[in-house]
Design a protein around this ligand. Structure first.
Ligand code: PMP
Length: 316
């Protein structure tokens, strides 16, 4: 029998699909992380962080998990919290889509919304609010995906080995959007241990710190879940061999082409990563290039897939 004992047991083993309509030479392949049960790659790290906290006694039965999240980590945490009897408070920036908030509430989480246009140190920022709620709530535990070693470890233990096995070790280049850096760190480190010449490309939205040359280059942008305005502890710069910077306009146009041309309905950070991957796959025609698609287009129906929103923001 092939029966998972619960929904979290269905996390992982997501498929690889060749993107030969977008890139006819055929050397570009996508890992569809949005087919995880919670709809994103973050299911992997959410479960890893909860299990680490349980092992260390940081999370007691009936405890409260508090996390600042762009939504996907929240869904992963909410799924596992529901199964294990924890309460989840998700603290989100107001640029995140309404769908993401509604989704978290559907899993039974409480959602706190904070302004996007403030510095991380500002008491109104979603990082600061999460800190304060953690101090004020008895039995609260904050996984903090930005510093938690269980974040990159989940990708080192699962996503990296899956990519290795699914390509029979023939993967030459892996292209990954940069957020906390957990994906690139875990996947990149595992694959480089197996194949030292493997090339790791980090893709970053224009306005984020990873590809900013000066402070003035760090600005706001609309691609969700990727880029940062500070250096997270989970980010290991030694793993990334090449950076690609992508604008919101490029990311969103390619996000739409992915569903229209390939039938792959993924989110804006996926479109962004594919823009970077198309550049690399064109530059390296003899290499097998794999790009990671973190979440689903369902999170962005009122934004990237909405002509009014795209028009109001100057993208069409
Ligand atoms: N895309 C989306 C939609 C995300 O939510 C995240 C996580 N913030 C990422 C990409 C980036 O992944 P990571 O945090 O592992 O760098």
């Amino acid at each position: 029998m092939q029966i998972h004992e619960d929904i979290v047991a269905a996390i992982g083993n997501t498929p690889l699909v060749r993107l030969s309509r977008l890139h006819p030479p055929g050397n570009l392949v996508a890992k569809l992380e949005y087919l995880n049960p919670g709809g994103s790659t973050k299911d992997r790290i959410a479960l890893g962080m909860i299990e680490r906290a349980e092992r260390n006694g940081w999370l007691q039965p009936g405890g409260t998990i508090i996390e600042p999240t762009s939504g996907n980590t929240g869904v992963g945490l909410a799924m596992a919290a529901a199964l294990r009897g924890y309460k989840l408070i998700a603290v989100m920036a107001d640029k995140q889509s309404e769908e993401k908030r509604a989704l978290l509430r559907a899993y039974g989480a409480e959602v706190v919304v904070c302004p996007t246009d403030v510095e991380p140190e500002d008491p109104r920022s979603y990082y600061s609010v999460a800190d304060r709620l953690t101090r004020e709530t008895p039995g609260a535990y904050r996984p903090d995906q930005y510093s938690n070693p269980a974040n990159p470890r989940a990708h080192y233990e699962q996503t990296g080995p899956e990519l290795w096995e699914q390509t029979n070790g023939e993967i030459d280049v892996v292209v990954i959007g940069l957020g906390t850096g957990g994906s690139v760190g875990g996947i990149g480190r595992y694959l480089k241990e197996r194949k030292p010449e493997l090339w790791v490309v980090g893709v970053d939205p224009e306005g984020s710190i990873y590809t900013a040359e000066t402070e003035a280059d760090i600005t706001t942008y609309l691609t969700e879940g990727v880029g940062e305005d500070f250096w997270p502890e989970t980010y290991d710069p030694d793993i990334v061999d090449q950076y690609e910077m992508v604008t919101d306009a490029e990311a969103f146009a390619t996000t739409r082409r992915l569903s229209e041309v390939e039938g792959v309905f993924a989110g804006g950070s996926s479109g962004m990563a594919v823009v970077g991957a198309l550049r690399v796959a064109t530059d390296r025609p003899d290499d097998l290039v794999v790009v990671v698609l973190p979440d689903s287009g369902r999170n962005y129906i009122s934004k990237i897939f909405n002509d009014d929103w795209m028009h109001d923001n100057g993208f069409i």
